[in-house]
Design a binder for this molecule. Structure first.
Ligand SMILES: [Zn+2]
Length: 113
């Protein structure tokens, strides 16, 4: 099965949840739920640290500890996500093939499989 619009062949398609046939949501692993915000926090802390190094006397100790802690959380969640990845892929594929109603983002064409 190919995931593209039958009208304009675009690959920018969206699953549309229908009330009569609710799509089974993919199982998003908890590690991914932790990993994404942790990466954002880590980036933020790194940017703050760099700014403090550039404009001040260097990053404070609390900030350094916080950066290390958040980095460890990222690394742990990353390893867990790596392990969850095969299951996550299977559940995403099941979601893609179970979903019957699609919409194209380029031409707004909607169709059922
Ligand atoms: Zn289209």
């Amino acid at each position: 099965m190919q995931y593209q619009c039958p009208k304009c062949q675009s690959r920018k398609i969206l699953p549309v949840a229908s009330a009569s046939e609710p799509a089974v949501r993919p199982n998003v692993p908890k590690s991914l739920v932790i990993l994404i915000p942790a990466i954002f926090v880590l980036l933020l802390l790194v940017v703050i640290s760099i700014a403090m190094w550039a404009f001040g006397d260097g990053a404070g100790q609390t900030l350094q500890i916080a950066t290390v802690v958040v980095f460890l959380i990222c690394a742990g969640a990353g390893v867990m996500f790596w392990r969850d990845l095969p299951d996550f892929k299977i559940s995403m594929q099941a979601f893609m093939s179970n979903n019957r109603h699609w919409k194209c983002r380029d031409c707004n064409h909607e169709w059922n499989i």
